[in-house]
Ligand binder design. Structure first.
Ligand code: GLU
Length: 412
């Protein structure tokens, strides 16, 4: 199954529950606008290469469209389309005044020099500058992009349109970025985990956690959760899975990766296993926080966790999702679980527009409020409608988008 078909399926399950009229279903399934561009870029050796770039703008009934830019070889229109639609539901479920969009370039940035990535990024902005903007569509980091790309995008966009840092979020703190944006997605995963355990009635110290991926999301989730007394029994990255049944010393792991270019490779205070073993380890809570589509029909029967929080976007294929549901595994879906990032992006945008800076404490407090409220609403919806948290999250989100669409004048 392709990424968009999976999102469509989840959407339709919730739309059926809500009895969404057909015209609205059609309107909300397809994107408003899909832009594909050829991005030409001069390499360091003087040759010219071209890459495919995308920006899909899914829906703007609740506000300007919002969503990251991904640099990864697997980026294609189908994936970006799915991710753009997920952003509409993500911003709606946490009630941010935004719609959804996503974009990216099919490229492996690790195979380019930093200068080449900069030229590629600027060339991409040359192609899409007139469809993004602080009131229309606000990009942000995603897989393969970060502070540097956001700075180049802002700088290149401002050459056309003049000073306006709110055109993009996820900027460095020294350049109109928000304190706490970098940690926000991982921290949000941790906040959601704490709320879920409270609801289920388990203490954090009784919940053994395994986290797949030790990038921005996984490492910050591990930090926040270990500070909140969760034993983290395993973490992994492409180099392998690092397992300690009594709990890893996360401070030590973080110090190690900081000194080791972000990689876990060579970490010695744990048992090393093949990277994929992380998903099927004996643990209570599994957090896939790396790529999409990692829990499939092939490995789902070996997944032992009773709870899963989707740190990454789309890590569970629908066939696997169905089997997990049959086994009563509690799954917190991506659109809620990893919404911390876009929530602090919103705080950044608000600060930019007001020319005012918030303290880190304020960012963290407001993030906690926003995610706790959203989790509670989704939990209540799940109880009321007797559905899983994924369908409940989609129901809460679709209802908000439906209301905004109708208020704007499309009344059935
Ligand atoms: N790329 C992130 C996501 O998938 C953040 C988007 C944003 O901050 O706009 O949620």
């Amino acid at each position: 199954m392709k990424a968009f078909a999976a999102t469509e399926l989840y959407f339709n399950e919730a739309a059926d529950r809500l009895g969404l009229p057909d015209w609205l279903r059609t309107l909300l399934l397809a994107a408003k606008r899909e832009v594909t561009v050829q991005v030409a870029c001069e390499m360091d050796d003087g040759t010219i290469r071209t890459f495919m770039g995308y920006r899909v703008q899914h829906d703007n009934s609740r506000g300007p469209m919002k969503g990251g830019l991904r640099y990864h070889p697997s980026v294609d229109l189908d994936e970006v389309r799915a991710l753009a639609s997920l952003m509409t539901w993500k911003t709606a479920v946490v009630d941010l005044p935004y719609g959804g969009a996503k974009g990216g370039i099919a490229v492996d940035p690790k195979k380019l020099s930093r200068k080449e990535v900069e030229r590629l990024t600027r060339s991409f902005v040359d192609q899409i500058h007139d469809i993004i903007g602080p009131d229309t569509d606000i990009p942000a980091p995603d897989m393969g992009t970060g502070f540097a790309e956001m700075s180049w995008i802002r700088n290149q966009w401002e050459k056309y349109h003049g000073f306006n840092p709110a055109v993009i979020t996820g900027k460095p703190v020294e350049e109109y970025g928000a304190k706490g944006r970098e940690e926000a997605t991982g921290r949000g995963v941790g906040i959601i985990a704490s709320k879920m355990l409270k609801r289920i009635g388990i203490r954090p110290d009784q919940c053994r956690v395994a986290i797949q991926g030790f990038g921005n999301v996984g490492s910050h989730a591990a930090k926040y959760m270990s500070e909140s007394a969760f034993p983290i029994v395993a973490v992994s990255d492409v180099s392998g899975c690092y397992y300690a049944p009594d709990g890893l010393n996360i401070q030590d792991v973080l110090r190690y990766t900081l000194a080791n270019k972000g990689s876990l490779e060579g970490y010695e205070h744990a048992t090393k296993l093949p990277a994929d073993d992380l998903l099927t380890l004996d643990c209570d809570l599994l957090i896939p926080a790396a790529l999409g589509g990692v829990i499939t029909e092939d490995n789902v029967d070996r997944v032992k966790a009773k709870m899963i929080i989707e740190g990454a976007n789309g890590p569970i294929w629908p066939e696997a999702d169905r089997k997990l549901k049959e086994r009563n595994v509690t799954i917190v879906p991506d659109i809620l679980a990893n919404a911390g990032g876009v929530t602090v992006s919103y705080f950044e945008w608000v600060q930019n527009r007001q020319h005012y800076r918030w303290s880190l404490d304020r960012v963290r407090q407001e993030l906690d409020h926003t995610l706790s409220d959203a989790f509670e609403q989704v939990w209540q919806e799940a109880q009321r409608s007797q559905v899983g948290l994924r369908t409940a999250a989609f129901m809460v989100a679709i209802r908000r988008v439906q209301r905004a669409t109708e208020l704007a004048g499309f009344v059935s």
